[in-house]
Write a protein that binds this ligand. Structure first.
Ligand code: SF4
Length: 445
């Protein structure tokens, strides 16, 4: 969460609901075997989290540490393998267990060496039983670690989507966002990704960087477009507590900065649309002729997810759970050290999480649908929850409609273009009072 003012369009990026800061200790430490016993398991998502990066980007509040002392990545993979064995056993063999999507995220999964990436794939395949060559497999990478040997392993093992965190092709902007890298090196990495033949390339860019103008933003977009990426994510810059940028004098809550971000958002959106891209959500754009196989925009509202690694979440229908969470570097190191020291049996229970009751399930469904450009289907919502969305969220939906953010034709509830631009204000307004209170009470660390 940011500390932006109430009127700001930039409250928070709702990529998962409830946010991990709303999780708390689960005093009963439920056994995974019981949690998963009655869950559908024939179309699960698998997520493997690698919490290492070469640098800590100034805007980043993800669960990751800088570098790894000798042997730590190997010890981490050992722990991941122990966890995978325990979790797979807990899923049982009474019915089909199948993974429909897989993703390696972080951190920077390509911080691992080529041999370690190969081992990571082995864990997903042999320990968990995911058929990586048959399902969409998405992997995040940084330009410096997207080396030919790593990309070869990833392509051979079935990666269908490679997401490269570029942020800006203007070197001074990359420095201002504390992501120092040179355009020439980034373009060399893009060339290697294309040579590896991975079907979907995603490029992440950021707008709202100090000193960024419409002219420099368009320049970055045009350099990206020259690579004909199948997907582009345009992220507004956030200054979050405890991040590199967050420790500096903040511009948070500054109306001029909000205005700059909104302007650059519209410029970027219009530019990509004029170049044959379709908007999927506030951040995501897909080339109209690209194969639709991104895994991380997969928005199944009745999801089951298995997350492995110490920053990963897992979802059953009734419980979301994870390990401890932190942004501060010392705390992250402590949590990773704790994770790698755990014996296999320690992975058999859920320790930290949040129960998902019917109200939260409705909110999650609404958020996951409404924040996509395709919107929410009335019939799907009614089939799942027995009533129309406005029977449960009338006040909120009226408010969005009054602001010109929402259109409802009786079949589909969709954000208008202005609504999509304000996705980061709409999302938090749909949080339940209980989740809001838990997030406010979360002791930031
Ligand atoms: S933005 Fe990505 S590369 Fe940068 S520190 Fe965060 S996880 Fe690592």
């Amino acid at each position: 969460m940011t500390t932006a003012t109430a009127a700001s369009p930039y409250q928070s990026y709702v990529y998962a609901y409830p946010h991990k800061t709303a999780y708390g200790p689960l005093p009963d430490r439920p056994a995974l075997r019981d949690l998963w016993a009655d869950e559908p398991k024939d179309a699960l998502s698998l997520y493997l989290h690698i919490p290492f990066c070469e640098v800590r980007c100034g805007f980043c509040n993800l669960f990751t540490r800088i570098g790894a002392p000798d042997g730590l990545t190997g010890a981490y993979l050992d722990a991941l393998e122990r966890q995978a064995g325990t979790v797979r056993e807990a899923l049982g063999d009474s019915g089909p267990v199948r993974f429909a999507t897989a993703a390696f995220g972080g951190g920077t999964p390509t911080f691992l060496t080529a041999a370690e990436l190969s081992r990571l794939c082995d864990i997903a395949e042999h320990r968990m039983g995911a058929d990586l060559k048959a399902v969409p497999l998405s992997v995040e990478a940084s330009p410096a670690t997207a080396t030919a040997d790593r990309l070869t392993v990833l392509a051979e093992r079935g990666t269908t989507r490679l997401s490269l965190g570029v942020q800006s092709f203007v070197d001074s902007e990359a420095r201002a966002a504390v992501r120092p890298q040179r355009r020439a090196d980034v373009e060399a990495a893009l060339s290697r990704v294309r040579e590896a033949g991975i079907p979907v390339l995603n490029i992440d860019l950021i707008y709202g960087i100090d000193g960024q103008t419409e002219e420099t933003w368009l320049r970055s977009l045009d350099v990206a477009l020259a690579w004909r990426p199948e997907e582009l994510y345009l992220y507004p810059l956030y200054v979050r507590p405890l991040t590199g940028l967050g420790r500096r004098a903040g511009t948070d809550g500054d109306p001029a900065w909000d205005e700059q971000r909104l302007r650059l958002y519209r410029t970027g959106r219009d530019h990509l649309r004029a170049h044959g891209y379709t908007q999927q959500s506030m951040r995501m754009f897909r080339r109209a002729d690209a194969p639709p196989q991104g895994a991380d925009d997969y928005a199944c509202q009745t999801d089951g997810m298995i997350g492995l690694g110490c920053g990963a979440r897992s979802y059953t229908r009734d419980l979301h759970y994870s390990f401890d969470y932190a942004v501060d570097m010392h705390e992250i190191r402590r949590i990773i050290d704790d994770y790698v020291s755990r014996p296999a049996g320690d992975f058999a229970q859920a320790e930290i999480g949040r129960r998902i009751d019917t109200d939260e399930a409705r909110r999650r469904h609404l958020l996951q649908s409404l924040l996509q450009a395709d919107g929410l289907r009335h019939d799907a919502y009614r089939a799942r929850f027995g009533n129309a969305p406005d029977a449960h969220f009338g006040a909120e939906l009226d408010r969005f409609a009054d602001r010109g953010w929402l259109a409802d034709d009786g079949t589909l509830l969709r954000l208008t273009p202005e609504g999509l631009a304000h996705s980061d204000a709409i999302g938090p307004e749909l949080f339940s009072p209980a989740v809001r209170a838990a997030m406010a009470a979360y002791e930031r660390k």
